[in-house]
Design a protein around this ligand. Structure first.
Ligand code: TLP
Length: 356
């Protein structure tokens, strides 16, 4: 690691394609995917469906597009969607759930990201002339804003029972579902078998440059394909994107364990620093949040100080900083990040003492 090297812990979306991926792109068999003639896309979609234990899959441009198409494919305009209050769909997708899908989001709060089946049942209110029709429940795994927390298969099962009882669909925003499966050392189907359909991202910890996959029944995927076209997401020689996706599914999943180990080390290092608060129980995968409220400055100022020292991070709230580990972040980068946070924290504590 050179002294000037930037350590980018903003997100696992900053990962670059591997040599093997670039090689695969060069040799990909291509065709027009709107005519379903790109054999590389077809192979990726088949592989994704098999991995998730579902009938079919569809390659789309991003996680946000995957969620939007899935919302529209699972529910009709004016219907109600139950989701977790900190979910990505509710927070970060520019309100597409209402603006484009035309759904009424019904957010439920939770301590660490898992919906409480009792609260879900209570939210599914009886048919009444005054009320919108509940159609869909969305869950997120791992849960981003709760710190990359894992929603356990039996927790998903309990929500799926509530959904089935009331004839609602259950959808999983599984942008980082492989992080959950690797962390628990269980097959990804242990999670997906309880949901009707889902999406997962290729362009996060799996290092692909672009793309997410929607997975579900053939009927759901056919509907989603049409919606993707409406939204301008019909791509032509998309094998260029699919080729690294195949490499990702075949060889990039197990290495997520390295990211989890690094995140744990980072979190444990940060936990020792005075003035910083971190909930180590939430550090279950590759996301680390910590509260810097005790240092007397706001998170946006703190991340500027980090940036001056070549460490990049994001803010979550006024007082919370987010760091995400990924391919390219090694043990020495983690150590450097910890020591830099410590230096900045000490400086701030000293300034505070002098000001008092
Ligand atoms: N999350 C991004 C940012 O948008 C915050 C990140 O850096 O974590 N679902 C979940 C759970 C996500 O974390 C994300 C991306 C998405 C959906 C959307 O994926 P993209 O960025 O491909 O549209």
């Amino acid at each position: 690691m050179s002294v000037k090297e930037i350590i980018d812990l903003r997100s696992d979306t900053v990962t670059l394609p591997t040599e093997e991926m670039l090689e695969a792109i060069q040799h990909a068999e291509l065709g027009d995917d709107v005519f379903e003639e790109d054999q590389t896309v077809n192979a990726l979609e088949k592989l994704a469906a098999e991995r998730m234990g579902k009938e079919a899959a569809l390659l789309v441009t991003s996680g946000t597009q995957a969620n939007l198409i899935s919302l529209m494919s699972n529910a009709k305009r004016g219907e109600l969607v139950i989701l977790e209050a900190e979910s990505h769909i509710y927070w970060y997708e520019v309100g597409g759930v209402s603006m484009i899908a035309g759904l009424l989001p019904w957010p439920l709060k939770s301590p660490v990201g898992a919906l409480d089946p009792k609260e879900v049942k209570a939210a599914i209110r009886p048919q009444d002339i005054h009320l919108p029709k509940p159609a869909l429940i969305c869950i997120e795994n791992t849960h981003n804003r709760h710190g990359g927390t894992i929603i356990m298969p039996d927790q998903i099962k309990a929500v799926s029972e509530a959904a089935q009882e009331h004839d609602l669909k259950l959808y999983l925003d599984g942008a980082r579902i492989f992080n959950a499966s690797v962390a628990l050392k269980v097959d990804v189907k242990e999670f997906t078998k309880h949901v009707d359909n889902l999406m997962f991202c290729l362009s996060k910890g799996l290092c692909c440059p672009v793309g997410s996959l929607i997975v579900g029944t053939r009927e759901f995927i056919n509907r989603s394909r049409k919606l993707r076209k409406i939204l301008g997401g019909g791509m032509r020689q998309a094998g260029i994107i699919a080729a690294p996706g195949i490499v990702a599914l075949e060889s990039m999943i197990d290495r997520l364990e390295d990211d989890h180990r690094n995140a744990r080390r980072l979190a444990e290092g940060i936990a020792k620093i005075d003035g910083i608060n971190i909930d180590l129980n939430r550090v279950q995968t590759n996301i680390v949040y910590f509260n810097i409220g005790g240092l007397g400055i706001k998170a946006d100022v703190f991340i500027l100080k980090l940036k001056e020292k070549s460490i990049l991070a994001l803010t979550l709230t006024e007082n919370t900083v987010r760091m995400v580990t990924h391919k390219g972040i090694e043990k020495e980068h983690v150590e450097k990040a910890i020591s830099t946070i410590e230096i900045i924290s000490n400086e701030l504590q000293n300034e505070k003492v002098h000001a008092d």
